[in-house]
Structure formats: C-alpha cells, structure tokens
Design a protein. Structure first.
Length: 349
C-alpha cells in the first residue's frame, strides 16, 4: 500500500486503530491533522515529516506521548476521549491541540523514536507456528531467536501458557495465559520444547526499569485493558528472570545466529512480530539472503525455520507465515489475527 503524504499516513493509522477496537485512539490520531496546523514545534515537525511515514509509525509515536500525559494525570480531558465520553471529532481536535500547545516541549521528543509495541498476545501466532512446525517434523525441540524484540516480552513466550482452539502448550502454571478467540480449525496438537530463546533490538528496553515500563504502558492503546494487564504480568515475570536480550542490529544478530553451530535434533528459529516494516530494505534483503543460504545447508536432523507475523496493510490483520528448511522452502500462511492477538484464525490447509 503506497502512502503518499503525512495526512494519508495519519488517516491510515486512525482507521487501523478503529478497526482494532480503539475508537478513542483513532480520534486522537485523526486530531493530528489539526495539530499539523497549530503553531507548535510538534505540529511543524509532524507536517514536515520526511521519508517513510507509515513505516516510521509517526502517528503512533505522538499518540504514545499523548497517552503518557493522560497516564500521568497531566491532561485529564484525554480520558473523556479514550473512554468514549467525547466522540465529536471537532471537540477531540480542540482537546488534542490544546494538549500539544501546553506540553509542546514534553511531546516533541516522542517523535524521535518508533513506538515500542511489545504485545504478549501476538505470541499466539508464534506458538501456533511452532506447533505446526513440530507436526511437519521440524521439531519438537526449538531454539528461538527474535529480532526487533523491544523489551523481550515475546522472547519469554516459552514461559507463557497457551490455549489455542483447545490445544494446550507452554507452561501450564504461568502467570501469563494466552487464550485468544480461536477461529477455524485448531493448530496441530504436537509437542513443543523451547530449550533457549534470545532476542535482539537496536534499543532494548529493560522491563525492570520503572521509567521504561511506564513508557511501554503509554504505547498501549488505553482501550486495551487486557493488554495492560498482560504487560504488568510480563514486567513481574521479567523481575523474576529477565529475557535474554542483546543490543544489536537485526542483520548482525541474524548473521551471528547463523554462525552458531547447528545441533542435531534442534530446530533453529528466527521470528519477529510487527517489526519488519521498520527495517531498511537493505537489511531485509541481507537477512533474506542469509536465511536462504543457511536454509540450503540445513538438514532434516538440524532444520532451520523463519516465522514472521506482520501487518497486511490492506486488511489491517496480522498474517503469520512460515518458511522452513530443508523440506519447505516456500512461505506458508498459517494464521490471520487481530493486531494484538485478541482473535486468531487458522487459515492453513
């Protein structure tokens, strides 16, 4: 989908939020069109945004800053928008513009970095893919490697419990229970053992840091109460034992992962959720080339797999696809899902 202007990027992001069950957030995002016309540094920077507006997720950057004001009690009228008590777009525009005028200096830095949208609910797609891989013979023992891991919430998915259409997986006694509304056939009821999991990010977040945890809360859309509860549970889990995260470029991380010796009986897995769009084309090409080269050398005793769960910009759905070597080199679409894992539909044959 081609986005030709900042205004189109704002409109797309607002529609995406609305389709994802966050109408208040959608109205706040649409109000950025009015912010662009305001005499503020934030408005001028939004209006003059250069480059890949959709890939940059610029509207979600400032939406996170506005939610942070609400969470801190500094702009209480935003709560009326998020709760649906105020729905008139002109009123929302006025509230958001006033917030930007009042907190211009505080909001401006939120535009410096892409949003960190770690969401445990997305792990349902990854676990479903592992179940499928295991049933295909590429398992049941896995080593997981995540790029764009952010705070490493999904890096910890081996410590979650899952009920995926009646198929149970993961740690039965976990404090994080992933039970999406399941549509279609269930995934294969197969064994999955995760022996290790490592994540990378160019700017990893320590869930144990209260300031950073507050920032993550700000990026969660306020309508998503269940997401906030999962985040709090993940923070508590990380305090007990943090995820294994490294600060590293995605391309370099994949190169290092593939340089490690393969072990018989273990499937090496690269996975990512809603991050591929943020990578430069050159990095995407390098990762693809490296995975295909490593796949050509994979064996049935030491398979390789790639799981991606990324946004279809036309449907606003997440699509989980898998490649695995040596037996299944083509991409296979397994699921379509709500962006935050509220529901998952199995679409594979």
């Amino acid at each position: 989908m081609a986005i030709r202007s900042v205004a189109e990027a704002i409109a797309w992001q607002a529609e995406h939020a609305e389709n994802s069950g966050a109408p208040g957030t959608a109205r706040v995002v649409r109000a950025l069109l009015a912010v662009m016309e305001s005499d503020t540094a934030t408005g001028r920077r939004i209006a003059g945004w250069q480059g890949l507006t959709l890939e940059d997720a610029m509207p979600l950057r400032i939406a996170g800053g506005l939610h942070a004001l609400h969470l801190a009690g500094e702009k209480r009228r935003l709560g009326d928008v998020y709760s649906g008590r105020i729905t008139d777009q002109a009123q929302v525009d006025a509230i958001v513009v006033e917030a930007v005028q009042t907190f211009d200096c505080k909001l401006l830095p939120w535009l410096d970095h892409p949003p960190q949208t770690n969401e445990a609910g997305r792990s349902a797609n990854i676990m479903a893919a592992l179940l499928w891989l295991s049933a295909q013979g590429a398992g049941p023992t896995f080593v997981l490697n995540e790029i764009g891991a952010s705070a490493g919430i999904n890096t910890m998915l081996g410590r979650f419990s899952f009920d995926l259409g009646g198929v149970s997986a993961g740690a039965a006694t976990s404090s994080i229970h992933i039970v999406p509304e399941w549509r279609g056939a269930p995934p294969p009821d197969a064994a999955v053992t995760i022996v290790s999991a490592k994540g990378s990010d160019i700017a990893p977040i320590d869930l144990r840091d209260p300031v950073r945890a507050t920032m993550l809360r700000a990026y969660i859309w306020p309508e998503a109460k269940a997401r906030m509860a999962r985040l709090d549970a993940a923070i508590a889990m990380a305090r007990e034992a943090p995820p294994d995260l490294v600060q590293q470029d995605a391309g370099a991380f994949v190169e290092a992962m593939l340089a490690e010796p393969a072990h018989n009986g273990v499937t090496r897995v690269l996975f990512h959720t809603v991050m591929w769009q943020y990578l430069p084309e050159t990095t995407r090409a390098a990762i693809t080339s490296a995975m295909e080269a490593a796949g050509a050398a994979a064996t049935r005793d030491a398979p390789l797999a790639w799981i991606m769960s990324e946004t279809n910009r036309e449907t606003f759905r997440q699509e989980c696809r898998v490649r695995h070597w040596p037996d299944g080199e083509d991409w296979v679409k397994l699921t379509e899902s709500h962006p935050h894992g509220t529901w998952v539909e199995w679409v594979a044959d």
